[in-house]
Design a protein around this ligand. Sequence first.
Ligand SMILES: *Cc1c(COP(=O)(O)O)cnc(C)c1O
Length: 414
Amino acid sequence: MSYAIDPGQAKALLEMEQRGSFPDPRGRFGPFGGRYVPETLVPALDRLEDGVRRYLHAPEFQQEFSSELHSWAGRPTPLTHARELSRRWGADVWLKREDLAHTGAHKINNAIGQALLAKRLGAKRIVAETGAGQHGVASAAACARFGMPCVVYMGAVDTERQAPNVGRMKLLGAEVIPVTSGDQTLRAAIDEALRDWVSDPAGTYYLLGSAVGPHPYPYLVRELQSVIGKESRQQIVERAGGLPDVAVACVGGGSNAIGLFHPFINDATVALLGIEAGGRGPGLGDNSATLSFGRPGVLQGCYTMILQDDDGQVQETHSVSAGLDYSGVGPEHALLMATGRVTYLQATDDEALDALAECCRAEGILPAIETAHAFAGARRWARDNPGGRILIGLSGRGDKDMPTLQKTLLRGKL
Ligand SMILES: *Cc1c(COP(=O)(O)O)cnc(C)c1O
């Protein structure tokens, strides 16, 4: 662990997290989180925070949110017993099927919730950023559903490796703007979306796609994505007769992971395991394993763990999965690692691709390459904990990854 706090402080912070004290009134998760932004962004974030306080937990908002999740997005998503993986791994494996949510990943939960919030805040247009394109597609779909124009910023590198999603966004009525500045991936796209928002904070709403960025986004996204863990908890108790021994999710910005983990934070017997993108290996620039290899610093409005060099320069990252290719991570994950409540490990590109192939053959499910990192981590956990009950957050489906899979797993095989 590259961020150490003393055991007494870790215990106190965990107790506060378990009591629901975070984020605190300054938007902090212990030492992490907060709001490190230029003056020009403060009024926009204040407006958003106000809106979150007023609407997010109001019965009228929650009712419309649930109804849209149910009748438009297909929730609750099923919990599938993975029969063959259970046999192979000597474990009891259960899959929370976010791949079966509308548009093919967990991203839609957040997109619906924030689009509903944008309407209540009187926004006339939505801007969003996207990495793998899944959040762009979810935002474009939600904007079409709620009748709002949508602009999606996407790194130029990502528009190429996720070409099918660019077409989907356009069909759903969004304008896609390729970003050629900076690293030309997710980080640059977030910068552009923030810039756009600042130029018209009242008329524009910035629909951020993960549990990152300045307060209140990490909190807002966690609350909207917690539907994953709440459903899973109830479903696994009903179907398997008890809680899981471990819940496993992949971690990019950390939205599907915090959504799965948060409702289990107070269940002492449930281990929580987040899997980052180990890429080609531990070298600087070869991975996106922020919690494993990063150090604390400020990135895009938030104090969190960041991949940076000795001079504090943010590092470019690598992962075979565009959706995990980000040099920061949500501040609540930084806290959960520091307290020891969640363990964060990595899976390399090759391990993820191998786990993807196994899931396809064994279960008849093609997961996203992002998701496959969770499978690789779960498989390792099963080896060390024979007979355990494993809940895997199956964050999305892999159809969008066909261009990458053609060049890797399928190379020379067609
Ligand atoms: C975007 C994405 C991720 C990574 O984002 P998080 O915010 O870390 O969840 C993981 N899986 C899928 C399928 C995605 O689309």
